[in-house]
Design a protein around this ligand. Structure first.
Ligand SMILES: [Zn+2]
Length: 373
C-alpha cells in the first residue's frame, strides 16, 4: 500500500510516493501561491507514479495508492481536512476541503496534518528520534513550528491547537506585537519574518550605547560570540534553497544591513554568514535566547526524552546546536530531565516521512489517523 504525500512547505511544495517510510519517488515544485498549486501538485504526482519501476504498480490507478497525505503550515481542522488559518502564500487553502479535493482529483481520501506535527512523527517513526515515545520538535524558519509527541501519540487537543503554538509563547513582555496578536512571541523576535525588525532594534540599541567596544559584550552578543568562537568555519556554503545571496564573494561578505539595503531576501542563514559583524552576533545571540526560551517552555510542558530542532539554519548545526543546548539545559527546572537536542539527518524529508507514517498507524498507536468520511 502506497501513499501520495504533499508537503506544502515554506519555499517548495514537496511531493513523494511513499510506502511506510520508504520514499519510492520524490520531487518538488516552487510555490506559486495560487490555487493552481493544487493542480500542479496533482500533475506532478501523476508523473511520479508513472516513474515507478514496477509496471504493475504504475498501471494501477495512482500506482495503487490508498490515501493522499497532506501537510500544511498552520492550524488544521482534521475532521474537516482543512487548513483553518493560512500563511499568505497558502491563503487559498484556508477553509478548502482537501478531502473533497483529493476524492475529486485522485479518487482517494485525504489525511491532513500540520507540517511540524508531520515532521515530528516522521523523525520519531523513521528518523533521528526513532522509537521515541515522548518528543518535541521546533522548526526554525519563516516562523517557528512546534509539535509534541506524548506517550507515543501526536498531541492534538480538543481543537487541534495543542503543541503547535510553541513559537507563540511570550518570551519578552515588552517585546513586539506578533502576527498572531500576542506580544513578545519567540516567533515575533526570532524568525525570518521578524529579522528586519529585530535587526533594527539591535541597531537602535547600538546607536544608543555608542560605538562597539570589547567591553560592550551586550551589543556583541555573548551567545553569538560564543557560537562564532565554537566554530571558526562558520561561513558555511549557501544552503540549497538558494535563498538570498548567491551573487559572489563580494556580496557574501556584506553585512546583514547591506544585504537588506541591496534588496536581498535575507533569512536566518544570512545571520550566520555575516557573523564578522557585531550586529549579526548580537542578532544570533537574541535568536538563540528566544529559541532556547521556547524550547524550555516545550520541555516544561511536555517532559520529552528528546528535542528535535530543524529548519534550514540547522545546516549550521555545528555552530548553533552547542550554544542552544547549553542555554536550554541551563534554564530547565532543576529536577527536569536534560533531553538531548538533535537535528534530523535529512531535514527536507521529515514531513514527507511523517505523512507516510500517518498513513500507516501502528498497533501501539504512535499516531491516531483522523476519521475520514
Ligand atoms: Zn505570536
Amino acid at each position: 500500500m502506497t501513499e501520495l504525500c504533499i508537503d506544502f512547505g515554506g519555499s517548495a511544495i514537496k511531493l513523494g510516493v511513499c510506502d511506510d517510510g520508504r520514499v519510492l519517488a520524490r520531487s518538488e515544485l516552487p510555490v506559486q501561491g495560487t490555487p493552481d498549486d493544487l493542480d500542479r501538485a496533482a500533475a506532478e504526482l501523476r508523473r511520479l507514479v508513472g516513474t515507478l519501476a514496477a509496471p504493475t504498480d504504475a498501471s494501477l490507478a495512482w500506482g495503487g495508492a490508498s490515501v493522499v497525505a497532506i501537510a500544511v503550515p498552520g492550524v488544521v481542522d482534521r475532521q474537516r481536512a482543512a487548513l483553518v488559518a493560512a500563511h499568505d502564500k497558502y491563503g487559498y487553502l484556508a477553509g478548502r476541503d482537501l478531502d473533497a479535493w483529493a476524492r475529486e482529483t485522485f479518487g482517494l481520501p485525504a489525511v491532513v496534518e500540520n507540517d511540524a506535527r508531520a515532521a515530528l512523527l516522521g523523525e520519531a517513526r523513521y528518523g533521528v528520534a526513532r522509537g521515541a515515545q515522548n518528543a518535541v520538535i521546533a522548526v526554525f524558519g519563516t516562523g517557528i513550528g512546534t509539535a509534541a509527541l506524548l506517550d507515543g501519540r501526536l498531541l492534538h487537543g480538543s481543537h487541534d491547537h495543542a503543541g503547535i503554538l510553541g513559537g507563540h509563547v511570550t518570551v519578552d513582555l515588552d517585546g513586539p506585537v506578533c502576527n498572531c496578536g500576542n506580544v513578545g512571541c519567540a516567533e515575533a523576535i526570532a524568525s525570518t519574518w521578524a529579522l528586519e525588525r529585530s535587526l533594527a532594534a539591535i541597531e537602535r540599541r547600538g546607536a544608543a550605547t555608542g560605538p562597539d567596544t570589547a567591553d560592550n559584550s551586550k551589543r556583541n552578543g555573548e551567545l553569538g560570540a560564543i557560537a562564532a568562537a565554537q566554530h571558526d568555519d562558520w561561513r558555511t556554503p549557501r544552503d540549497r534553497t538558494g535563498r538570498g545571496d548567491g551573487t559572489g564573494a563580494g556580496t557574501r561578505r556584506a553585512t546583514l544591513r547591506a544585504r537588506i539595503d541591496a534588496g536581498q531576501a535575507v533569512g536566518i542563514a544570512d545571520i550566520v554568514e555575516t557573523l564578522e559583524h557585531p550586529d549579526s552576533r548580537a542578532l544570533l545571540d537574541l535568536y538563540l535566547r528566544a529559541w532556547s526560551a521556547a524550547i524550555v517552555g516545550l520541555c516544561h510542558a511536555y517532559d520529552p526524552d528528546v528535542v528535535i530542532v530543524s529548519g534550514g539554519v540547522m545546516r549550521s548545526a555545528q555552530l548553533i546546536l552547542p550554544a542552544l543546548t547549553e542555554q536550554v539545559h541551563a534554564h530547565l527546572w532543576s529536577s527536569s530531565f536534560r533531553p538531548p537536542l538533535v537535528v534530523p539527518e535529512h531535514p527536507d524529508s521529515s514531513v514527507v516521512l511523517g505523512l507516510s507514517a500517518l498513513a500507516h498507524p501502528t498497533d501501539d498507536a504512535a499516531t491516531e489517523r483522523p476519521r475520514t468520511r
